[in-house]
Design a protein around this ligand. Structure first.
Ligand SMILES: NC(=O)C1=CN([C@@H]2O[C@H](COP(=O)(O)OP(=O)(O)OC[C@H]3O[C@@H](n4cnc5c(N)ncnc54)[C@H](OP(=O)(O)O)[C@@H]3O)[C@@H](O)[C@H]2O)C=CC1
Ligand SMILES: Nc1nc2c(c(=O)[nH]1)N=C([C@H](O)[C@@H](O)CO)CN2
Length: 227
């Protein structure tokens, strides 16, 4: 077994497809979820932890330190896209900021034990412009994006730290048709791309020897206005 890539939030949608593609590409994966594993692949191991819980994160850290001598990477994918209220702000801060901060600091030594390692923060392109409909979500994702810069400077050169900032990838299963039609029209490339753009960006970063502290935006031109 090679040193694994720890990926959070792999039980569905983007994270599940990402974990399976990396496993099929020859990486060993440690999949961290708050609920029992949904995917079975010989190269994917599982650990159950609710990332809002400091105790669960400490148990995860102890498990990783006891099981592995090095990590190939950490991909912080776990997330909740919640409406605005104070409880949800606290929850999204724990998942988008506190958990990546905690794991990056505590597992940094294992990342530096290998030849080359990557930390990838899955952020959101709304960090660059805010979101009146999801203020707390965008703010906590912006904090995660900012941490990319600090950890890149802290861990260079052995560990590369980069962000990926998607616009639309996959709509919610229970999404409103009118909302979806409006969302599609916000980008110059007006279609629902699925997980593929993010997976390709991850594969690029894992292969790159000259990227750190960067942010890959995959938003279909959402930042540009249609004439
Ligand atoms: N979908 C899109 O269009 C876009 C997605 N993104 C980002 O891409 C990433 C993947 O998106 P998507 O697949 O849609 O995300 P989802 O919201 O569908 O899934 C996120 C994952 O995070 C897990 N998670 C949530 N809370 C916790 C917790 N407390 N502890 C552990 N795991 C937790 C979920 O687990 P569970 O299954 O238990 O709920 C789930 O597996 C996210 O970071 C998202 O913010 C950015 C822009 C657009
Ligand atoms: N954790 C999640 N984050 C986001 C999701 C999601 O389903 N889960 N979805 C979006 C939207 O697709 C938005 O980008 C456009 O409607 C954003 N983040």
């Amino acid at each position: 077994m090679t040193s694994p890539i720890l990926i959070t939030g792999t039980n569905k949608r983007v994270g599940q497809q990402l974990a399976e593609r990396l496993a099929e590409s020859g990486f060993d994966v440690l999949a961290v979820n708050r609920s029992p594993a949904t995917s079975q692949h010989p190269r994917i191991s599982h650990f159950q932890a609710d990332l809002r819980s400091t105790a669960d994160r400490e148990a995860l850290i102890a498990f990783v330190r006891g099981r592995y001598t090095a990590l190939r990477g950490i991909i912080h994918n776990a997330s909740l896209w919640l409406d605005d209220d104070l409880d949800n702000l606290t929850t999204m801060f724990k998942i988008h900021v506190e958990a990546p901060y905690h794991l990056n600091f505590e597992l940094g030594e294992l990342l530096q034990n290998g030849a080359k390692a990557d930390i990838i923060h899955i952020c959101d392109e709304s960090s660059s412009r805010g979101s009146k409909g999801h203020v707390a979500y965008a703010a906590t994702k912006a904090a995660l994006q900012n941490m990319t810069l600090s950890f890149a400077a802290m861990y260079a050169p052995a560990v590369h730290v980069n962000a990926i900032s998607p616009g639309l990838l996959i709509f919610k299963e229970d999404g409103d048709q009118a909302y979806q039609a409006k969302a599609l029209q916000k980008a110059l490339l007006s279609f629902e791309p699925g997980a593929e753009p993010l997976i390709k960006a991850v594969l690029y970063l894992l292969d790159s020897d000259y990227s750190t502290g960067s942010n890959i935006v995959i938003n279909g031109g959402r930042h540009l206005r249609k004439n």
